[in-house]
Design a binder for this molecule. Structure first.
Ligand code: PLP
Length: 384
């Protein structure tokens, strides 16, 4: 059996080596390292793929979130609601901009922000909601967009983990995640579903004015060379990363299909195990899609009940199976983000999830032998 990896980037590279090597070499020969034709071509191709009017490439997914918030003109003291159960980048940029993060609980089934908790957290100072499409599945965007419209709030989708995923509304229309809110961010970190070979990110929007503002923000606040109209940042996707992304974008749907197929095999293997809760697909999707195309399984995350989760992690590692705990501590209990306004009773789901979740290896190169070995070891442990 091939060595099991959490993410197998070398294996994936083997299948695109020729294209990637030659295009990187072309970039080097052209010396157009920054803002070159490869970056512009990738931007256009991604706009087409997502069916979104504007893609603005930048240096990473954290910058993308920050720049989206700067572009919207959010001001210190404005409250921004986001999920308690996510990677810290989401809340970090809110705090960095001196906005007030308001963390709320998530749904047990999908791990995504709970619209009812969002509704309860709204105050006159609330300006934006940041749903995170966690582990590859869209948040409940019908509900989030409805709440935002009622209260005149911006919606900033954190699409770092769900690129290529779709969201199907209750009315049956489907849109790519990241094309639904007022603005969205994504990350091209190597292990992401569409990953480059370094850091990268992008902002998406259908709003022409916002896109114009953001194009200046990413470039030192310049709309005309050496005229700095707003305070900006320096955040660029370089041409080498763009050329890697151009090689991978046409394969993204195939990559996501492979992830879904691996997820289906995992789920099938665990179907009769009472102490394992497999990832749940949101209902709006299963009722409309013939075969769910919504979840793109950035992570395959189980909940293990009545099980010593940390001992399971150790057991799997001892058997050569890497796994992850995303995330072990809720954001509201992280030192940097503790706030006396928070009440533990408002975070029941997150507080439970951090004890139960475990993410199994998930990537495009998993084979049946590896999946069978992984599932047999998980079952062996939980049945002890
Ligand atoms: C949900 C989420 N948001 C934002 C980011 C930040 O992306 P980057 O690492 O490219 O800055 C990540 C990266 O892991 C993420 O998972």
């Amino acid at each position: 059996m091939r060595k099991i990896q959490m993410v197998d980037l070398q294996g994936q590279y083997e299948s695109i080596k020729e294209r990637v090597d030659s295009s990187i070499s072309e970039v080097i020969k052209s010396a157009a390292f920054i803002n070159g034709p490869e970056v512009h071509a990738f931007q256009k191709e991604l706009e087409e793929y997502l069916d979104v009017k504007h893609v603005i490439p930048c240096a990473n997914g954290t910058d993308a979130l920050q720049i989206a918030m700067m572009g919207l003109g959010l001001k210190p003291g404005d409250e921004v609601i986001t999920a308690d159960f996510t990677f810290a980048a989401t809340v970090e940029v809110i705090a960095l901009l001196q906005l007030t993060p308001v963390l709320v609980d998530v749904e047990k089934d999908t791990f995504n922000i709970d619209p009812e908790a969002v509704r309860k957290a709204i105050t006159p100072k609330t300006k934006a909601i940041v749903p995170v499409h966690l582990f590859g599945q869209s948040a409940n965007m019908d509900a989030i967009m409805e709440i935002a419209a009622e209260h005149n709030l911006y919606v900033i989708e954190d699409n770092a983990q769900a690129i290529g995923g779709t969201y199907t509304s209750v009315d049956g229309t489907s849109m790519k995640t990241g094309a639904i809110g007022h603005v969205a961010s994504t990350s091209f970190f190597p292990s992401k579903n569409l990953g480059c070979y370094g850091d990268g990110g992008a902002i998406f929007t259908n709003d022409d004015d916002l896109a114009h503002t953001i194009r200046g923000v990413v470039n030192h606040g310049m709309y005309q060379r050496y005229h700095h109209d707003v305070v900006g940042v320096n955040s660029r996707l370089d041409s080498i990363q763009a050329t890697v992304l151009r090689a991978k974008l046409p394969l993204l749907d195939t990559y996501n299909k492979k992830r879904r197929e691996a997820a289906e095999k995992y789920t099938k293997a665990f179907e009769n195990i009472d102490t394992i809760i497999v990832p749940q697909i949101a209902k709006t999707c299963t009722s409309v899609c013939e075969k769910c195309t919504c979840h793109v399984f950035h992570q395959y995350t189980l909940r293990v009940l009545d099980t010593d989760r940390d001992a399971l992690v150790k057991f799997l590692n001892e058997n050569g199976i890497p796994c992850g705990v995303y995330y072990p501590i809720p954001l509201h209990r992280q030192k940097a983000y503790v706030d006396e306004r928070y009440n533990e009773a408002d975070f029941k789901v997150t507080n439970q999830l951090v004890k139960e979740v475990i993410s199994l290896p998930m990537h495009t190169e998993l084979d049946d032998e590896q999946i069978n070995f992984i599932t047999s070891k998980v079952i062996e442990f939980v049945n002890r």
